[in-house]
Design a binder for this molecule. Structure first.
Ligand SMILES: Nc1ncnc2c1ncn2[C@@H]1O[C@H](COP(=O)(O)OP(=O)(O)OP(=O)(O)O)[C@@H](O)[C@H]1O
Ligand SMILES: [Mg+2]
Length: 245
């Protein structure tokens, strides 16, 4: 089977130092890949390079076997790839519902479909679905800037799903979420994976959140891959150091 995403020898240098150093891995459709490693090990920069936010210094990225190295984030999202950021990126002055609609428009519509379609481009139903699915009920008409950090994080995650992506990269989704929201979020992600077959990358320092969610693990240290494989084999390798911070 062709990998959904394949990354070959990806490198990103800042000056002479490689923040990401010849990283290679593949993700099969339906997989949930956990990416772990100490702070500063290159987790975020790696996915910034894969998803078009930063230009890699060397290496190659393929989606469905086709080269997408250096492709702009916007074009990646049109190919069904979405992401969330370590710090939620939303429109603080817009309501929760309007943030969701804006995310759907940005990730889906051509200018033409926005001109000829209804003002909300038919996204209001999807927004309502996401609000219910991510249990943001009661917050739909709240201004995003007034939400708690945890609620903003949930909204940011819900926004990533507006265009029904095939691959979603979540950068520290559980950080800043209290326990009461963490477990429901994990259960929601599991449900999307099971029902829609959505493939996930979860970058997370909170190993408890990852446990019983991810199918595969990628362990980074100083920009290099130190372990990669299904969860059992990575755990058995002993390369997942207990100091995760
Ligand atoms: N613009 C930049 N210029 C120089 N070095 C940078 C820049 N951005 C990141 N780095 C360095 O790249 C390395 C990897 O950073 P990155 O943000 O990917 O780490 P991370 O694994 O995501 O860490 P965390 O768990 O804290 O989020 C770090 O050493 C960081 O200092
Ligand atoms: Mg990071």
């Amino acid at each position: 089977m062709t990998a959904l995403l394949s990354v070959n020898n990806l490198t990103r240098r800042f000056g002479r130092r490689a923040a990401v150093d010849a990283v290679s891995f593949e993700i099969a459709p339906g997989e949930i890949l956990g990416v772990v490693g100490p702070g500063g090990s290159g987790k975020s920069i790696l996915f910034d390079c894969i998803l078009g936010r930063l230009a890699p210094s060397a290496g190659e990225v393929r989606l469905d076997g086709r080269p997408v190295t250096g492709m702009r984030a916007r074009d990646m999202s049109r190919l069904g790839v979405a992401r969330t950021f370590q710090r939620a990126q939303l429109f603080p002055q817009l309501t929760v519902r309007d943030n969701l609609i804006a995310a759907g428009q940005e990730r889906r519509g051509s200018l033409w479909s926005r001109l000829v379609g209804p003002p909300d481009a038919g996204l209001a139903d999807t927004a309502a679905e996401m609000i219910a699915f991510f249990r943001l009920d009661g917050l739909a008409v709240q201004t995003a800037g007034n939400l708690s950090e945890g609620q903003q994080k949930l909204l940011d995650i819900a926004m990533a799903f507006m265009a029904r992506p095939r691959l979603v990269v979540l950068d520290e989704p559980a950080t800043d979420l209290d326990e009461t929201v963490r477990e429901p979020l994990r259960e929601r992600l599991r449900a999307i994976n099971a029902q829609a077959g959505t493939t996930f990358v979860i970058i997370e320092r909170n190993l408890d959140f990852m446990a019983s969610l991810v199918t595969h693990l990628l362990v980074l240290a100083e920009g290099r891959v130190v372990a990669l494989g299904d969860v059992q084999s990575v755990l058995a390798s002993g390369m997942l150091a207990s100091d995760d911070g």
